[in-house]
Design a protein around this ligand. Structure first.
Ligand code: 6PG
Length: 238
């Protein structure tokens, strides 16, 4: 089984993986709201977290969570309309936002459909600073890992990997949608809690490369926050 920095939570099935992460998020939400009056949640894109979003909108989590004090940001977004099935915002909207009482004014979408991605990334950085301060500290940031070891839209050999003077930047994927907006490692590593959700045998080699430090996801090392991995046995090589 792969050895990763931080805390690893092994779940036998996708449903158990979603429940394990949902329990963790519910706890962090209550703690953050008790300590700071709000919970700042950073959503991951891709397919893995969709079951988790669905679970959070159901019992026993939905009635435990103080949705009105949630503030939502995104780890990355693809260059497509927010109504497109490939949009990370779209997935979060249909699986979570449309089902719970999060104040729509507290949901910050990355406008990656913009013709000027640099301006859109700068505008998003402005939202992060205006709402969260400097550095923008996300209470709980969800991330995934691609089979190539990318996370958010920080892809191997891409220019975004070298951007350390901004909170978010444009990204470039090797597969469509090619253009992206992504948080930088600077923002990711300022988070109080980071949780990776990774499942499936096709991710096993990528996790081994994370452990070896040879892929972008290996650079996620929260400066003072906690790092958690929610894995199934297939991805973990257990
Ligand atoms: C995206 C994601 C990306 C994702 C990984 C894993 O926009 O694609 O932010 O980083 O988390 O590619 O995706 P899956 O969960 O679909 O395997």
């Amino acid at each position: 089984m792969v050895t990763l920095p931080g805390t690893t939570h092994l779940a036998q099935t996708p449903a158990q993986l979603a429940d394990s992460a949902a329990q963790w998020i519910t706890h962090l939400s209550a703690e953050s709201i008790r300590q700071r009056g709000r919970f700042v949640f950073g959503l991951s894109g891709g397919s893995t977290p969709q079951l988790l979003y669905q679970r959070l909108a159901l019992e026993p989590y939905a009635s435990q969570i103080d949705w009105y004090n949630w503030w939502c940001f995104f780890g990355d977004e693809r260059a497509c309309p927010p109504t497109d099935a490939q949009s990370n915002y779209h997935a979060a909207k249909i699986h979570l936002f449309d089902k719970v009482a999060i104040d729509r004014n507290n949901i910050f979408r990355m406008r990656a459909e913009s013709d000027d991605l640099n301006a859109a990334a700068a505008a998003y950085a402005g939202h992060l600073e205006a709402v969260l301060g400097i550095p923008p500290e996300i209470d709980c940031l969800l991330l995934g890992v691609g089979t190539d070891g990318h996370t958010a839209s920080l892809f191997p050999r891409s220019a975004a990997l070298k951007v350390n003077d901004r909170w978010c930047t444009r990204g470039r994927a090797p597969k469509p949608p090619l253009d992206r907006i992504t948080l930088t490692f600077r923002t990711i590593n300022a988070a109080r809690h980071v949780g990776f959700l990774v499942s499936g045998r096709e991710k096993q080699k990528a996790l081994q490369r994370v452990a070896a430090g040879t892929v972008p996801a290996a650079r996620v090392r929260p400066q003072s926050g906690e790092l958690h991995w929610f894995l199934d046995p297939a991805a973990a090589g257990a």
